[in-house]
Design a protein around this ligand. Structure first.
Ligand SMILES: CC(C)(COP(=O)(O)OP(=O)(O)OC[C@H]1O[C@@H](n2cnc3c(N)ncnc32)[C@H](O)[C@@H]1OP(=O)(O)O)[C@@H](O)C(=O)NCCC(=O)NCCS
Length: 171
């Protein structure tokens, strides 16, 4: 695993102690296989771990980022080259975010945002300027806070995961 960034968890910043390592997280390049357990626990609890692969997980352009605390993976995201027809008028060169998840005990500490920001930075470095995802209605404000827009105020349904918006960010 390659470490991309080291950060301090938001709610612990007031008591930040550089010698107290548990306050720290790292953002790392991880493998598709590394993502499966958290995908299953957070996003697909009714499926088995081996049913949590995404088409394109192993494509050359695909990359996976994870957040680690104390050497334990606690958050994940996957980026793949996949174009949304709804966004074709803006650009055909698009990266899609999939499988964004943080384990329940680690939320609201800035970890999800740190993973997302690193995904955006990695996409920018690949000279791509359009980034999108199917955002769960329950997570839409997480993406809005990171500067994403909705293509429509109308949701569409994904049978296993409920209502979603298509959301995007131009870089
Ligand atoms: C969505 C998710 C990844 C966010 O991770 P997180 O580590 O808790 O998010 P952060 O602490 O980095 O939050 C960043 C910002 O988004 C906001 N936010 C995070 N989750 C939110 C939610 N579900 N609804 C509304 N706002 C949310 C935070 O308040 C914060 O705003 P601020 O910067 O103004 O304080 C996490 O809640 C999760 O795994 N949810 C379940 C799976 C899921 O829905 N994934 C998205 C699939 S599209």
């Amino acid at each position: 695993m390659r470490v991309l960034k080291i950060g301090a968890r938001k709610s612990l910043l007031k008591s930040y102690d550089p010698l107290n390592q548990p306050n720290l997280y790292t953002i790392n390049n991880i493998s598709a296989a590394d993502t499966l357990s958290i995908r299953q626990q957070v996003l697909r609890p009714n499926l088995a771990v081996d049913q949590c692969h995404f088409d394109g997980d192993l494509n050359e352009a695909t990359f996976h980022l994870g957040a680690l605390v104390d050497g334990t993976l606690i958050g994940i995201a996957t980026m793949m080259r996949d174009a949304s027809p709804e966004l074709a008028a803006i650009s055909s060169d698009q990266f899609r975010l999939r499988g964004m998840a943080v384990l329940p005990g680690h939320r609201d500490q800035g970890i999800g945002r740190a993973i997302l920001d690193n995904c955006i930075e990695e996409v920018r470095q690949r000279d791509c300027n359009l980034f999108w995802c199917n955002a769960r209605e329950t997570a839409a404000r997480f993406y809005t806070a990171a500067g994403f827009s909705k293509t429509s105020e109308t949701t569409f349904d994904i049978p296993t995961a409920g209502p979603h918006f298509v959301m995007y960010k131009q870089l």
